[in-house]
Design a protein around this ligand. Structure first.
Ligand code: GLN
Length: 488
């Protein structure tokens, strides 16, 4: 077995024991990147030499005690929406081409403090708007399971990088499914934490009341190990929660079955017209394994599901139109050459800098916030959001977690949505509502359909990521998908 094939926890343990050096771990992943990157295109920027240098320095000063260095020597990548002084941060947009931030995101700082070696920045849909990673201004990422298919999005570069074993883990961001859906389409694990669990400091904002950073990995244990490092209070994010971070691996070790836990199946998801039969079959299999593990399965309802897409796309666009106003060509980022006057400088800089999908969202968001339409659209969508959250709270008062499909279909052919934005928005039906509710969700590989990976998600109570990790760890082992990687 090559080093790059090891899971994060396996590699971490070997590094601690000293049977593997940080330099060997990093160079194995760099070789894997060199071999796979020409076809997968998961990375927008790299720092191969600096990463090797960092690894050699780690080896020269091995700590005696690894408790403050839980990810010592572990190679990782991060989505290009996270600020980091070492490389440009572009959000895959022309408007930030070449922009090197003067500060580090909280989560990047945490990874580095923990001893992780960040190899590069992952491709994504521009400003995290999209579900295919085809909306990057720079390149489209391929799905490592079938290079003609999309990896999902918007954290498609992160998912493809992990599935192709370019790194042990990546950080993505999830506003309406962007960690869970690419994880599902690339056959890996993705955790979207409770809103407020992980600081958004240094995460380039898309829709601030939805955005959360979280890990993508090849095992549930690995996702728990990464969340352990990046979770916690940060005074620089006013929505960061002071809630203590539990020991997730202890929560996972606490039980060897799901006895005493109940899992709800949201009927609106399973009865949805668009749900592919192959995906439904994988979900049924996951439910049976959960039952074998001792879980009680209950039928539950999320009655406002049909309004999730409309509500999300109004609210997220509204927040985006406000957040993206800062890219005006004045302070940083792209500025048009030879503007005629001040207004032309703003308009041309933004027209040249933003791609079509981002412009569409800014227009939609400005429209729903405008004086004449605010009550009809923005306020109404905010009210519906509250009802959707209540649906989840009611369901989670009668069961411990929910199990649901992530994407209605497995990975589709690149270009096949034909540029129709509505068709792309409909693909988000099973992921958006969790972000409207602010709750945590774990996407885990559950099986294959037509040779392509299919994930299921476990949705939980606020700050109860530990229960999702526990159930997800047991389920992936029962399903035989623990540590699954793309056959690339
Ligand atoms: N696909 C959704 C969108 O385009 C979700 C994206 C995300 O979670 N960042 O908004």
């Amino acid at each position: 077995m090559e080093l790059f094939e090891l899971s994060l926890c396996e590699l971490r343990d070997a590094l601690r024991e000293g049977s593997v050096s940080a330099e060997a771990a990093v160079s194995s992943c760099l070789e894997r990147i060199a071999a796979t990157e020409p076809s997968v295109k998961a990375l927008l920027s790299r720092r191969d030499e600096a990463a090797l240098e960092q690894a050699r320095n780690l080896d020269k000063a091995r700590p005696a005690d690894f408790s403050a260095k839980p990810l010592w020597g572990v190679p990782v990548t991060v989505k290009d929406v996270l600020a980091w002084r070492a490389l440009p941060t572009t959000a895959a947009s022309r408007i930030l081409e070449g922009f090197v931030p003067p500060y580090d995101a909280f989560v990047v700082q945490k990874l580095e403090e923990a001893g992780a070696v960040i190899l590069g920045k992952n491709n994504m849909d521009e400003f995290a708007m999209g579900s295919t990673t085809e909306h990057s201004a720079y390149q489209a990422t391929a799905n490592p399971w079938d290079l003609s298919r999309v990896p999902g999005g918007s954290s498609g570069g992160s998912a493809a990088s992990v599935a192709a074993c370019q790194c042990c883990a990546s950080l993505g961001s999830d506003t309406g499914g962007s960690i869970r859906q690419p994880a599902s389409l690339c056959g890996c694990v993705g955790m979207k934490p409770t809103y407020g669990r992980v600081s958004r400091y240094g995460l380039l904002a898309y829709a601030s009341s939805f955005d959360q950073v979280g890990p993508l990995t090849r095992t549930v244990d690995d996702a728990a190990a990464v969340l352990q490092v990046i979770a916690g209070y940060d005074r620089r994010d006013s929505t960061s929660s002071p809630e203590a971070v539990p020991d997730y691996s202890a929560a996972m070790r606490a039980r060897s079955s799901l006895k005493g836990l109940s899992i709800g199946l949201p009927r609106e998801f399973f009865q949805h017209d668009g749900l592919d039969e192959g995906v439904a079959a994988v979900c049924r299999e996951a439910v049976e394994r959960a039952r074998d593990l001792g879980a009680r399965i209950v039928d539950i309802s999320l009655p406002h599901t049909e309004y999730a897409i409309a509500s999300y796309y109004i609210l997220a666009a509204a927040e985006a139109s406000s957040n993206l106003a800062r890219y005006d060509g004045v302070r940083y980022g792209h500025r048009t050459a030879n503007p005629k006057n001040l207004e032309d400088m703003y308009v041309s800089s933004r027209t040249e800098g933003f791609g079509a999908e981002v412009q569409r969202r800014i227009l939609l968001g400005s429209y729903v916030l405008s004086a004449g339409y605010y009550d009809a659209y923005y306020r109404k969508a905010a009210q519906v959001r509250r009802l959707i959250r209540q649906d989840y709270l009611d369901a989670l008062s009668i069961c411990d977690m929910l199990l649901a499909p992530v994407s209605p279909v497995p990975a589709w052919e690149a270009g096949s949505l034909g540029g129709d934005p509505l068709q792309m928005y409909f693909m988000d039906i099973f992921t958006l509502s969790l972000n409207l509710a602010g709750l945590p969700g774990l996407s885990l590989p559950a099986g294959l359909s037509g040779g392509l990976p299919v994930g299921v998600q476990l949705l939980g109570r606020a700050f109860d990521e530990g229960t999702l990790f526990l159930a997800g760890g047991l389920l992936t082992r029962a399903l035989g998908t623990h540590g699954q990687r793309a056959p690339l």
